[in-house]
Ligand binder design. Structure first.
Ligand code: NAP
Length: 325
C-alpha cells in the first residue's frame, strides 16, 4: 500500500484510509459487528494505517470496534476522530461557542480516548466548521485547548471536517494555516475543492483527507433506481425524491466513460479520481465488508488519471442542488 505525507504533520498515511461511519451502525442499516471487525482486520492486513472515526458514529461504537480490532491484531494504526458540535448542528451556527468550547473539546477528547482504549489519538477534528468563526475571541480559546491537548500528549495534531459540498466555508481557515488537517467531501461529482481549497492546503502544509469518495454509494456502480433504504438509514433521505434517479443516471454516464481495461467498475474509477489529486493525503471510503476492503486496496496500485482525462471529467461535476421531491 503506497503512503503519502499527511501535510506538514510528518505522518505517512496509506493512500486508502478507512472510513468508519457505517460501522457505527446507527445511521447505516445492515451493519453487524462481526463483519465490521472482519473488515477492520482485513484493512490492517492490506496495509491501511489510517482510520477515520467520530464519537457520534454510534455514540462511540465505531471507536470501540476500532479498539477491538487493534487489540485482536496486537497492533494499532493511526486514528483520527472528531469532536461533535455541542448543539449537534452540522450546518455550523454563527457563534463558535454554541458548537465548541474549550471544556467541550477536552471532555469529548477524553471520552473518545476511553472508547478507543488509547492514551493519545493522532488527529482530533472539529466535526464542523464555518469561516464565520474566524476572528471570534472564543475561537482562540478553542485553539488554545487543542494546543494544550497536544502538549499534554492526548492528541498529536488537530484538524477540521468541513461542511459537505461547501468548501468555500473553510477557505479562510485554510488561509490561516491553523489546522494540521482538513477533511472534505471530494469525489467525481464534488470537484470544487480542487479549485481554491487544495492549492491553499498545499501552500500551508495542511493534510487533506478526502471523504465520501463514492457519494455515499452513488458512485460505486451498484446503486439502482429501485433502491430502497429503511427509515432511519441516512441514505433514505440522501437519495430521496429525484436524487436517486439523477444520481444513477449520472453514474451511468461516468461508468461508460471510465470503466474498462484496468478499471473493472465505477468504484475503482471513483477512488482513482480522488487519488489523482496530489494534494489528497488519503481517501477514506466507508468499507463494511472485507470484499470492499480488497477491492478498494487494489485501486492504490493504479496510476493517477492523465491530465486530459481529469479535464474531461470536470464536465461530470455535479452539485446536488435538486430539492428533494
Ligand atoms: N461530516 C463528516 O465529518 C463526515 C461525513 C460523512 C463521512 N465522513 C467520513 O468519510 C467516510 C466515507 O464516507 P461514507 O462512508 O459516508 O460514504 P462513501 O465512502 O462515499 O460510500 C460508502 C458506501 O460505498 C460502498 N462501498 C465501499 N466500497 C465499495 C466497493 N468497492 N464497491 C461497491 N461499493 C462499495 C459501501 O458499501 P456498504 O454499504 O456495503 O458498506 C457504502 O455503501 C465515512 O465513513 C466517515 O469516516 C465524515
Amino acid at each position: 500500500m503506497r503512503r503519502r505525507k499527511l501535510g506538514r504533520t510528518g505522518l505517512e498515511v496509506s493512500e486508502l484510509g478507512y472510513g468508519a461511519w457505517g460501522i457505527g451502525a446507527d445511521m447505516w442499516s445492515g451493519s453487524t459487528d462481526a463483519e465490521a471487525l472482519a473488515s477492520l482486520r482485513r484493512a490492517l492486513e492490506a496495509g491501511v494505517n489510517f482510520f477515520d472515526t467520530a464519537y457520534v458514529y454510534g455514540d462511540g461504537h465505531s471507536e470501540e470496534l476500532i479498539a477491538q480490532a487493534f487489540k485482536a491484531a496486537g497492533r494499532r494504526a493511526l486514528v483520527a476522530t472528531k469532536v461533535p458540535p455541542k448543539n449537534l448542528s452540522w450546518i455550523a451556527s454563527r457563534r463558535i461557542e454554541d458548537a465548541f468550547t474549550p471544556e467541550w473539546v477536552v471532555s469529548c477528547t477524553e471520552r473518545s480516548l476511553k472508547k478507543l482504549s488509547v492514551e493519545r489519538v493522532e488527529v482530533q477534528q472539529l466535526h464542523t466548521w464555518t469561516d464565520d468563526w474566524l476572528g471570534q475571541p472564543a475561537l482562540d480559546d478553542v485553539v488554545s485547548a487543542l494546543d494544550k491537548l497536544k502538549r499534554d500528549g492526548k492528541i498529536r495534531f488537530w484538524g477540521v471536517s468541513i461542511k459537505a459540498r461547501d468548501p468555500k466555508s473553510a477557505l479562510g481557515l485554510a488561509r490561516s494555516g491553523l489546522p494540521d488537517t482538513m477533511q472534505v467531501v471530494f469525489n467525481l461529482f464534488e470537484q470544487e475543492p480542487q479549485g481554491e481549497l487544495f492549492p491553499l492546503c498545499r501552500e500551508k502544509g495542511i493534510g487533506v483527507i478526502a471523504r465520501v469518495p463514492f457519494d455515499e454509494g452513488g458512485l460505486t456502480g451498484k446503486l439502482r433506481e429501485d433502491a430502497a433504504f429503511p427509515e432511519g438509514d441516512f441514505r433514505h433521505s440522501y437519495f430521496a425524491g429525484r436524487y436517486l434517479a439523477e444520481t444513477v443516471r449520472r453514474a451511468k454516464e461516468l461508468e461508460q466513460r471510465l470503466v474498462g481495461g484496468d478499471t473493472p467498475d465505477l468504484a475503482h474509477a471513483a477512488l482513482r479520481f480522488c487519488l489523482s489529486a496530489p494534494e489528497v493525503s488519503t481517501v477514506i471510503p466507508g468499507m463494511r465488508t472485507p470484499a470492499h476492503v480488497d477491492a478498494n486496496a487494489a485501486v492504490t496500485r493504479l496510476p493517477p488519471y492523465p491530465a486530459e482525462t481529469l479535464k474531461e471529467l470536470r464536465a461530470h461535476a455535479w452539485k446536488r442542488d435538486l430539492a428533494p421531491a
